[in-house]
Design a protein around this ligand. Structure first.
Ligand code: ADP
Ligand code: ZN
Length: 727
């Protein structure tokens, strides 16, 4: 050992850069970082947050190292979480620093929460006692600490009254410790009375929690069977054991009703975590998850990267949902990563769904997961009767999209005073606008996609990049006035047609681009649940998990949309979406129906869906996947190369392909121009890597990237393990 290395201590730190591993920093005198410590470090000209990593610092001359600027006074990230970061980085082929960045995205949360300034009454009394002063003194007579504004507000006086008393020494300043964002949930607050079937599943789940250790349970229950009530019992048991719980939900819009239900069961709400939180709340939740004061978090996929102090259970609700896949920087599937997190942390994971992903179903069939089935709806409600409407024999009126069969069913539903839901997975008014005179089509200047007309907004919009322009009166190509025509339907257009059929009906259109955002959406959902609408027209947003008690008819406008493209998951997606959306009907026991408009009623997927027996679908789809060696019987990864010009993207993609190592069980398909060839002005080419079940895709791709051309300038290469999208 040299004198230098004894004098200097150094530590590895993960910083938010694309580097392969941590950087080494010198530890200044008086600082004592441990693995997991959150630190501030210089990086180039900036200062960034980093995570102290394990192992010795690199073998760099310590005198050349830059020092840590600060070790934050917050709990170190646990060893379980650090292994998780490494694992996610290795699996997704992302730099570990970029994964750590997902954990450290709330810089203001690293400092301890400041206590609030409070006032407490002393023995001094004012010289003159006005009625206002008397009210303040009476209130504060409880001897507790009050905030200045809280006291003024409670006493119904102005702040100056309180200030005056403080200046006279009637109050002394004290510190009020920061409040928890949510009160502690009580596992025994109000347990539901479970049915026999629910109770069996709940008991089995709580046993797993009580026993501890890693396990994955697939809670496979039809819509309305009470999966939530069942997994709440696992949540309760975890809380009793003194561990924290994470519940992942696919959609913020769903959260509101969920929070209320949780409150009913546990007497307090869970902390929320999603992109719509106020910055201050975000900081508090992060901090209080880290120090263990928050016991339960309900959140979107990014909640997986919160620094839980003692996580003991993850529930992934609607586990099949594509919203769990992040396709930005680090491409990961939160459902799969939740299982990994449970494995590394040694605790149970529950995956809940009425339409499990084929992957999870196969994992259960093969014994890696335990499958628990809830086969009946709560309260004796029956599933809707499903029927196909053959659009070839029962076509809509000219220019319309609703078959007379569906219109008649809606009429009867309306007469009975019940609700109908029309489902079409297309936002806006029409997916394509063209000029009847010259045939000009409106397309996005930066993407290879048509502009979608949004009539409420009076705009033509690109759904890929957000580009929008007012809809013109005249064709920009030939100049002809008033000859632009909308092609195909979106939900707004279906609403227009519906209103023409039923002018008296109260109609609500629901889609994610609703003006007024999440708040408005919540209000609309409440209104629907409260029976304030007769007909609801919505995109996939309405398919997810909502409880609409008065709904007895679901009509699917275009069931064939999803089946048209060559996506290997098209059949599964269509099955899940249609089952979920028709599952909104008949939740309270009234007779209900799901009518599915299709031009291919004999398509095997359509037949399996309409049969009402999900096993028809799963057995067929599982056999199909096995035959084609598609996931989970084989492995897929996408590589997307994008560049400012098509030529650069193509050349780079070809270079990668040429650099692929030889492997008997892995094939490289492409490169080919991506179906979505242009997005935000960037040209895209794709490679698809297909391996058998045991293939080391990550190793293969790593070797390929190492041997291939390096992305220079504006060229970008993104690896997508287990792609959900093939566009
Ligand atoms: P799922 O998530 O399986 O679709 P939910 O958990 O949302 O089903 O339950 C459907 C409805 O039935 C909810 O309104 C729920 O409150 C109610 N419910 C289910 N089980 C019970 C129970 N044991 N006691 C009271 N209400 C229940
Ligand atoms: Zn665009």
């Amino acid at each position: 050992m040299t004198a230098d290395s004894r004098k200097f201590r150094s530590v590895p730190v993960l910083v938010p850069t694309p580097a392969e591993g941590p950087y080494t920093y010198r530890v200044p005198e008086g600082m004592d970082p441990v693995p997991g410590s959150v630190v501030r470090v210089p990086l180039g000209p900036r200062e960034v947050a980093g995570l102290v990593w394990e192992g010795p610092g690199g073998a760099v001359d310590p005198s050349k190292l830059r020092p840590l600027s600060e070790v934050f006074d917050c709990p170190p990230v646990t060893a379980g979480m650090r292994r998780f970061i490494d694992w996610v980085a290795g699996w997704t082929l992302s730099p570990p620093g970029m994964v750590a960045r997902m954990v450290l995205r709330v810089p203001a949360a690293f400092d301890p929460e400041m206590p609030a300034e409070g006032l407490r009454i002393t023995d001094t009394r004012p010289e003159r006692l006005t009625p206002a002063r008397r009210r303040v003194i009476e209130l504060a007579g409880d001897g507790l600490a009050w905030t200045r504004s809280g006291l003024a507000h409670a006493a119904g006086v102005s702040l100056s009254v309180v200030d005056g008393l403080r200046d006279q020494g009637v109050f002394e300043a004290v510190e009020i410790p920061p409040r928890p964002v949510v009160p502690e949930p009580d596992p025994s607050h109000a347990p539901a009375e479970l049915t026999d079937e629910q109770s069996d599943a709940a008991t089995a789940l709580t046993r797993k929690v009580a026993a501890g250790g890693y396990s994955v349970t697939l809670l496979d229950g039809i819509t309305g069977s009470g999966k939530t009530e069942v997994y709440f019992e696992a949540v309760a048991e975890t809380l009793r054991k003194g561990r924290q719980v994470l519940i992942l939900l696919p959609e913020i819009a769903l959260t509101q009703a969920f929070l209320d239900r949780f409150h009913d069961r546990f007497g307090a709400r869970p902390a929320e975590w999603h992109s719509d939180l106020a910055p201050r709340t975000r900081e508090q939740v992060w901090r209080q998850v880290a120090d263990g004061r928050v016991r339960v978090v309900a959140g979107a996929r990014s909640a997986l990267f919160l620094p839980f102090a003692e996580l003991g259970l993850i529930v992934v609700d609607e586990e099949h949902d594509a919203a769990y896949k992040q396709e930005d920087r680090v491409f990961y599937n939160a459902r799969d990563m939740a299982v990994v997190r449970g494995h590394l942390g040694g605790f149970p994971v529950v995956l809940a769904s009425a339409t499990p992903s084929v992957e999870s179903r196969v994992n259960a069939d093969q014994g890696r997961y335990e499958r628990m089935v809830l086969s009946s709806r709560y309260g004796g409600a029956a599933l809707p009767e499903l029927r196909a409407i053959d659009m070839r024999s029962d076509p809509p009126e000219r220019g319309g999209f609703l078959s007379p069969v569906l219109v008649e069913a809606m009429k009867q539903t309306l007469v009975r005073g019940e609700q109908s839901l029309l489902f079409l997975n297309r936002r806006g008014y029409a997916p394509l606008t063209l000029c009847r005179v010259c045939g000009h089509r409106f397309r996005c200047p930066d993407c290879s996609s048509w502009l979608v007309e949004h009539r409420f907004r009076g705009q033509l919009m690109c759904h890929h990049c957000g580009h929008h322009e007012p809809k013109p009166q005249a064709c920009p190509e030939c100049g002809t006035l008033d000859h632009l025509v909308a092609c195909g339907p979106g939900v707004e257009r279906i609403a227009e047609e519906t209103a023409a059929f039923f002018p008296e009906a109260r109609i609500i259109v629901l889609s994610s681009d609703l003006l007024g955002g999440v708040k408005r959406l919540r209000l609309e959902l409440e209104a629907i649940a409260g029976g304030e609408a007769d007909i609801i027209i919505g995109t996939q947003l309405v398919a997810k998990g909502h409880n609409f008690p008065g709904m007895t008819l679901v009509g699917v406008i275009d069931a064939d949309i999803g089946l048209a493209n060559g996506d290997p998951r098209a059949a599964e997606r269509t099955f899940q979406l249609l089952s979920q959306v028709t599952g909104r009907a008949g939740r309270t026991g009234r007779r209900s129906a799901g009518l599915i408009q299709t031009y291919q009623p004999d398509h095997p997927v359509m037949k399996a869906i309409i049969s009402g027996d999900p096993e028809n679908f799963y057995q067929r789809e599982i056999a199909e996947r096995e035959r084609a060696q598609l996931p989970p019987f084989g492995r897929l990864a996408g590589i997307i190369v994008s560049a400012p010009t098509a030529g650069e993207a193509q050349t780079h993609a070809r270079g990668l392909r040429a650099a692929a190592p030889a492997a008997a069980n892995i094939a490289v398909l492409g490169p080919a121009e991506a179906p979505l060839a242009l997005v935000r002005g960037r040209h895209r080419w794709r490679l698809l890597i297909h391996g058998d079940r045991r293939a080391d895709l990550q190793g293969f791709i790593r070797a390929m990237l190492a041997a291939g051309p390096k992305p220079r300038g504006q060229i970008r290469v993104q690896v997508d393990i287990d792609p959900q999208s093939f566009l």
